[in-house]
Ligand binder design. Sequence first.
Ligand code: ATP
Ligand code: MG
Length: 420
Amino acid sequence: MRFSRLLIPTMKEAPSDAVLTSHILLLRAGFIQSSGGSGLYNFLPLGKITLDKVRAIVKDELDKAGCNEVHLPMTTSLALWEETGRADKFGKELLRFKDRHDNDFTLSPTNEEAMVNLVRQTVKSYKQLPLNVYQINWKFRDEVRPRFGLMRGREFLMKDAYSFHANREDMEREFALMEETYKKIFTRLGLDFKVVEADSGAIGGAGSKEFMVLADSGEDTIMVCDSCDFGANIEVIAEDEKVCPKCGGGLSQTKGIEAGHIFQLGTTYSEAMKAEFLNENQKLEPFVMGTYGIGVSRLLAGIIEQNHDDKGCIWTKESAPFSVDIIVAKAKNQEQMEAGEKLYAELQAKGIDVILDDRADKKTGFGVKVKDFELIGMPLAVVIGNDISEGKVEIIDRESLEKEECSLESLVDTIVGKLA
Ligand code: ATP
Ligand code: MG
């Protein structure tokens, strides 16, 4: 894509109500913008591209694990919520409204009821089990204190999966598979994370784990073992506990951003909603369930909390809106512009996501282009400047900010190598 054609309103300063680094940087770099109401954001082109990239990784790994993608309406009949008693329990986070016929509805904050309703209409026999159905869809929670941008919005993108089983052992098998699948997703996204034992909260059920993106700004306090992979949210372990219950090693306290949560749910929802299947002996039994969430839009904030410097965002390879920014220093110079166009076509032919900074207006000089590159945080920039007449360009690595000269002949191979 061409910078000159994309709506990328970068800013020197963020609005003063933004305090968290990722919120400030996502606003300043033109990924998101407040849409007016608190906790509601417009995703601008860069934000939408990045959100779609993260979403695609989540989908890819879930599909590989055998999950079924579906799409439910964001609007759910409150009658479904009454079947489980959660219409009362969920409280004010559940936004309710009526249609013209006076029927009660809610904007889904999570979709256990709606998904159980989907499955009870379709799955009748143990032969159709196990089944894991998921969607990547907008959720609405009327949070008491929406804040920190995408970290705690009111409307946010969640991947929510629900699994259905004939017995507990099979559900536990799927729970372990989802834990492994989540690890693959978080690893591909380039995140430093920790899986911790967690409280099951309002969703209910026994046995749950959270995926914490490690960051000092995280709202959760967790205890992690220095010697093994054990970790626990302080909601389930005493804050002064010093010894790891798994291996006897030392525990230390750190902060995390909850980006995913997996639950062993059991039969609470299926019993309440009479969601049953015929077992091998032709007897009706409630489905044994698991439920698995990932905060897809929160992940964007998490990636930036973990990867930034004083100049801006530093997106990880798989999350970056573009892998390479071709900066044409003087877009009015024909030789530079032609070299930029040629490289742009060559990189695209290699399947690399590339943006060509072809801006030629007076206000957008070379310095502005470099500043925007640093603020937006794509992994690499190629600067095409005066040295192009000698067949030379400069490559900038966003993370280290190191610059290196490169000849035109070896440029494409060098870039491909750096992105591998
Ligand atoms: P939190 O404790 O942060 O409020 P939660 O326990 O209410 O989260 P879940 O019900 O487990 O969240 O939802 C699944 C995932 O959705 C969470 O792990 C988180 O990544 C994301 N999420 C939850 N609430 C929000 C929100 N208000 N804004 C953005 N993402 C959210
Ligand atoms: Mg949770």
